[in-house]
Design a protein around this ligand. Structure first.
Ligand SMILES: NC(=O)c1ccc[n+]([C@@H]2O[C@H](COP(=O)([O-])OP(=O)(O)OC[C@H]3O[C@@H](n4cnc5c(N)ncnc54)[C@H](O)[C@@H]3O)[C@@H](O)[C@H]2O)c1
Length: 317
């Protein structure tokens, strides 16, 4: 199959491309504009296993300006992961970037896909679309995002549904829940905690640290995402949660990091941030049924793998 992955140089996109290429029947075109707050060198590193792969091609272009006609010929499936992630940075002047990349970039790709015979258009959305909920959340819960980021990703979902209803673009929406593991973005909590721990510096915790998240290890997330392509179940038009094996509070995760490092962390509380829900918890029964999805990596195992990766990334720093 000829597959287009947007955001291919990103954390999740690079892992997804590698996984899709394990299937010798697949050819992957990765589009990425090297945009957003993550350093270029990190994105370059993310592409390490892909760049010389004979069935991978990188198109280094911005979704806002790319001439899609040059790149969509013969494409069977689109995974649309490019976007501006991150809740904390989505306020103020930077909101414009979120509107541009998450809304306008998505609309341009949907418009270009409208008349093409693609089999699936899989959109990476987020648990941030839900906002603050009590207990386990299923896909039919009312969405009420708490952050500008969540608003733009939910708008991307709405656009997908608009092009599905009007033009039959075969969309599938996946809502990811806090993904972690090797190559996790530097702005994300585990990456920041581990980096500080390695340097012996204090770990900064927002709020009281009792907020909990449904943490999804990267290989589980990628298998769930790829399953949207391979499943025999009819999933066009569906929205599906991709959650992890374990939930934990921020303080619990720091305790696990301390256990792995075999030393105590110094924690500094820096006050609550805007836009973060107190808890996230995915009901994954729909993914289990439609995608045969089953997350298997425990938090401790996943954190160990992320620590190993960050030790390599920051060696000598
Ligand atoms: N990481 C998570 O925990 C998480 C959770 C929920 C949803 N998501 C969603 O998954 C997707 C991937 O997240 P990630 O953590 O891998 O982020 P990432 O920043 O590592 O990857 C996104 C990539 O998209 C590219 N990009 C952004 N705007 C672009 C544009 N206009 N044109 C071309 N390329 C562009 C960036 O250069 C980047 O490499 C995002 O859409 C995000 O909203 C991520």
């Amino acid at each position: 199959m000829k597959i287009l992955v947007t955001g291919a140089a990103g954390f999740i996109g690079s892992h997804l491309c590698e996984y899709l290429l394990l299937d010798e029947a697949n050819e992957v075109i990765g589009v990425d504009g090297f945009l957003g707050f993550t350093d270029h060198s990190i994105k370059q590193r993310n592409l390490f296993n892909l760049i010389n792969h004979p069935r991978f091609q990188l198109v280094k272009k911005d979704l806002l300006h790319i001439n899609w006609e040059d790149h969509l010929e013969g494409i069977d499936v689109i995974f649309h992961l490019a976007g501006m992630p991150g809740v904390r940075t989505s306020w103020g002047e930077d909101f414009k970037l979120y509107v541009d990349y998450n809304i306008n970039g998505t609309q341009r790709l949907l418009e270009a896909s409208r008349k093409l015979p693609i089999k699936k258009f899989i959109y990476a959305s987020t648990s941030s679309a839900y906002g603050d909920k009590t207990g386990m959340v299923s896909e039919d819960a009312t969405c009420a995002p708490l952050s500008p980021y969540g608003v733009t990703k939910l708008t991307g979902e709405y656009l997908c549904n608009v092009y599905y209803e009007n033009d039959g673009v075969p969309i599938v929406i996946l809502r990811y829940f806090t993904v972690y593991g090797p190559r996790q973005r530097p702005d994300m909590a585990f990456h920041r905690f581990i980096k500080k721990m390695m340097a012996g510096d204090p770990i900064h915790v927002f709020g009281d640290g009792k907020q909990s998240r449904d943490f999804t290890y990267i290989s589980d997330c990628v298998k769930g995402t790829a399953a949207a392509l391979y499943t025999d179940h009819p999933i066009i038009g569906e929205t599906i949660n991709i959650g992890g094996k374990e939930r934990a509070s921020v303080l619990d995760t720091i305790a696990t990091i301390e256990e792995i490092f075999q030393r105590k962390a110094t924690i500094e509380y820096t006050g609550k941030t805007r836009g973060e829900p107190k808890h996230t918890w995915a009901d994954i029964s729909k993914a289990q049924k439609l995608l045969h999805y089953q997350p298997v990596i425990s938090l401790k195992e996943g954190l160990q793998k992320e620590i190993e990766d960050l030790k390599i990334l920051y060696k000598g720093v």
